[in-house]
Design a protein around this ligand. Structure first.
Ligand code: BJW
Length: 229
C-alpha cells in the first residue's frame, strides 16, 4: 500500500440513513408522489414554490430530531487526529457531520439550515420553515428567499477546492452514495486518474462500483468506524 497523506472523503445520504433521515433513491425516495428529480430543480421552484418549500420544511423538521451516528462520529475523530490533508465533501444538506465535530468539511449541495435571497444574494442561517414566505432579513423584499440548496442544473459549491483536493489525494473514500448524481459521481474517476487509491463503503454497490479499488458492503455505522480505527 502507498503512503497515505492526503485524503478526500465523499459522503451521501446513506451516511445519515441510520440517523433516521431518508435517502433519495430506493423505496423511501419519493415525496408526496414526486421524484427528487422533479422537486429539486429551479424550474420546479418557479412552477410551484410552495410545494418545494414544503419538501424542505419537512426535511428541516426531520433534521430537528436527528442525531449524528457512529459513522459521523468516526469521521469527526479522523478529522481531529489526521495529521495530513483531509477534506470531507458531503452531498448532504443536513448538519450531522459538523454536529459530530467534523471541521474540514465542505457542503457541495448546500445546507438545509441556510436560506438565500434571489434578490440581493444574501445568505442567512435559517432554521424555521420557509413556508410562511418571510421577507429577506437583509433587503426586506418579500417572497424572494429560497432554500440554499444546489438543485439540478445549478453549479455545486466549492468545485475548485474539491477538484484540487481530489487531484492531490492519495486516498479517495466514498461513503453512502448511489453514484447517480454528477459531478460528485465522477470524483472517483478523477481521483484514480491522479493516482489515488479508491475505497467505497456502501450498503449496496453504487453505479460507479467498478471504478473503486475496493468496495466494502454494509451499514455505514459499522463500516466507517472499522475503516477509521
Ligand atoms: C447506505 C445506508 C447505510 C443506504 N449505510 N449506505 C453528467 C456529468 C455532469 C453532470 C450531469 C451529467 N448528467 C447529468 C448531469 C446533471 C445533473 C445530474 O447528475 N443528473 C443525474 C440525474 C444524471 N447534475 C447536476 O445538475 C449538478 N450540477 C451540475 O452538474 O452543474 C454543472 C457542472 C458541470 C461540470 C462540473 C461541475 C458542475 C447538481 C446536482 C444537484 C443535486 N441535488 C440533490 C438535491 C439537493 C439536495 C437536497 O435536497 O438534499 O442532491 S439531488 C440528490 O441526489 C441530493 C443528493 O445530494 C444527491 C445524491 O444522492 P445520494 O446522496 O447518493 O443519495 P441516494 O439516495 O441516491 O443513495 C443513497 C446510497 O446510500 C445508496 O447507494 C444506498 O445503498 C446507500 N445506503 N443506507 C451505508 N445505512
Amino acid at each position: 500500500m502507498k503512503d497515505i497523506r492526503n485524503i478526500v472523503v465523499l459522503t451521501g445520504a446513506g451516511i445519515s440513513a441510520e440517523s433516521g433521515l431518508a435517502t433519495f433513491r430506493g423505496p423511501d425516495g419519493l415525496w408526496e408522489g414526486h421524484r427528487v428529480e422533479d422537486v429539486c430543480t429551479p424550474e420546479a421552484f418557479e412552477r410551484d414554490a410552495a410545494l418545494v418549500q414544503r419538501f424542505y420544511d419537512a426535511r428541516r423538521a426531520a433534521l430537528a430530531t436527528a442525531e449524528p451516528n457512529a459513522a459521523h462520529r468516526a469521521l469527526a475523530k479522523l478529522d481531529a487526529a489526521w495529521p495530513g490533508e483531509l477534506l470531507i465533501v458531503t452531498q448532504n444538506v443536513d448538519d450531522l457531520h459538523e454536529r459530530a465535530g467534523a471541521r474540514r468539511l465542505l457542503h457541495m449541495h448546500g445546507e438545509l439550515k441556510s436560506a438565500w435571497c434571489t434578490g440581493c444574494g444574501a445568505r442567512r442561517r435559517w432554521e424555521r420553515a420557509l413556508g410562511d414566505w418571510p421577507a429577506c432579513p437583509a433587503c426586506g423584499q418579500p417572497g424572494l428567499l429560497r432554500p440554499d440548496i444546489v438543485w439540478f442544473g445549478e453549479m455545486p459549491y466549492g468545485m475548485e477546492r474539491i477538484e484540487e483536493a481530489v487531484a492531490e489525494a492519495d486516498l479517495f473514500v466514498s461513503i453512502g452514495t448511489s453514484g447517480a448524481v454528477y459531478p460528485a459521481a465522477g470524483f472517483v474517476q478523477s481521483a484514480r486518474h491522479y493516482g489515488a487509491e479508491t475505497l467505497e463503503l456502501n450498503l449496496d454497490p453504487s453505479a460507479g462500483s467498478i471504478f473503486f479499488d475496493e468496495t466494502r458492503l454494509g451499514p455505514a455505522s459499522k463500516l466507517v468506524p472499522d475503516w477509521v480505527e
